[in-house]
Design a protein around this ligand. Structure first.
Ligand code: PLP
Length: 287
């Protein structure tokens, strides 16, 4: 089955879904994105992703080419046309194609933004065997730009971080700035110590994860104690548990950091429980 991709108002077979070489997303990484998970054909945390998209666009002075309702309709149409049961929808909006290369932003009146969305089918996404064994991370310097709260498509360093992790025999990298863990290459980072869940506070240094917000809400509802503050690698090495969250990994246990096991070296009870709660609760509100 040929994948159907959404480009600027059209649903096209993927081979026909193209954008210009002058698109600022291609030339300047001048664009934002969102990844929304699909379980049982429904979208998880859609309102959160739609809201963050609006915020990312506003921070970059880009007008939104779609309303949240229009976006929901596009996502649903893509899920239906591609017969996706479990997987993801990737959405990207760029500052469009001004017809040439120029550092100055083009006039939005004559250069409309480019909007692209496509599905990635991942049958059994919520039953990943990795969640039962956990992942290993390494630490790397966080040398990204200073506005990581904007979900831009400049993903070169996180991509390099992922490769550094693979080369070291690990699955992912936690980035460290001024001695404190910021986040994973494509996820938020947590440790658990003495029953307390510790994760970095919001700010410009990390992406404000939609899964993070949901998980912290569910943790509080389950009377778990949450501390939103920066933590060091030394603290992480002494933690009882560690885990990450993201739209596509949900809650994923971390069992080793820089080659040293965390806690028992197996997924801990807090991460395991939070994964169950997250999947159960977000399925209930899926659209
Ligand atoms: N942090 C970074 C750097 C990310 O790229 C992502 C997701 O792509 C996250 C955190 C997790 O965010 P969310 O839960 O909204 O997927």
């Amino acid at each position: 089955m040929t994948r159907i991709v959404y480009v600027n108002g059209h649903y096209l077979p993927e081979a026909e879904a193209t954008v210009s070489v002058f698109d600022r997303g291609f030339l300047m990484a001048d664009g934002v994105y969102e990844v929304t998970s699909v379980l049982d054909g429904k979208l998880l945390d859609f309102p959160g992703h739609a809201l963050r998209l609006e915020r990312s666009l506003a921070e970059l002075d880009m007008a939104s080419p779609v309303t949240p309702d229009e976006l929901l309709a596009i996502f649903r149409e893509l899920v239906a046309q591609n017969g996706v049961t479990d997987g993801m929808i990737y959405l990207q909006i760029t500052r469009g194609n001004p017809g040439d290369r120029d550092f100055a932003f083009p006039d939005p009146a004559s250069t409309p933004s480019t909007i692209v969305a496509f599905t990635q089918s991942k049958p059994g996404l919520a039953d990943s065997p990795v969640a039962k064994s956990g992942i290993k991370v390494i630490s790397i310097d966080d040398i990204r730009w200073g506005r990581r709260d904007i979900k831009t498509v400049q993903l070169l360093y996180p991509s390099m971080g992922k490769m550094m992790a693979k080369k070291a025999g690990a699955d992912d990298a936690w980035m460290v700035q001024d001695g404190f863990v910021t986040e994973g290459t494509s996820n938020n980072a947590y440790i658990v110590k003495g029953g307390r869940i510790i994760t970095r506070h919001l700010g410009h240094e990390i992406l404000h994860g939609i899964t993070r917000a949901a998980v912290l809400r569910f943790a509080a509802e389950a009377q778990m104690v949450v501390e939103e503050r920066a933590f060091t690698l030394a603290e992480a090495s002494q933690a009882d548990e560690a885990f990450i969250t993201s739209a596509s990994a949900f809650v994923m246990p971390v069992v080793a950091i820089d080659g040293a096991t965390v806690g028992s070296g197996t997924p801990g009870p807090v991460a395991t429980r939070l994964r169950e709660i997250y999947l159960e609760e977000s399925r209930k509100t899926a659209l």
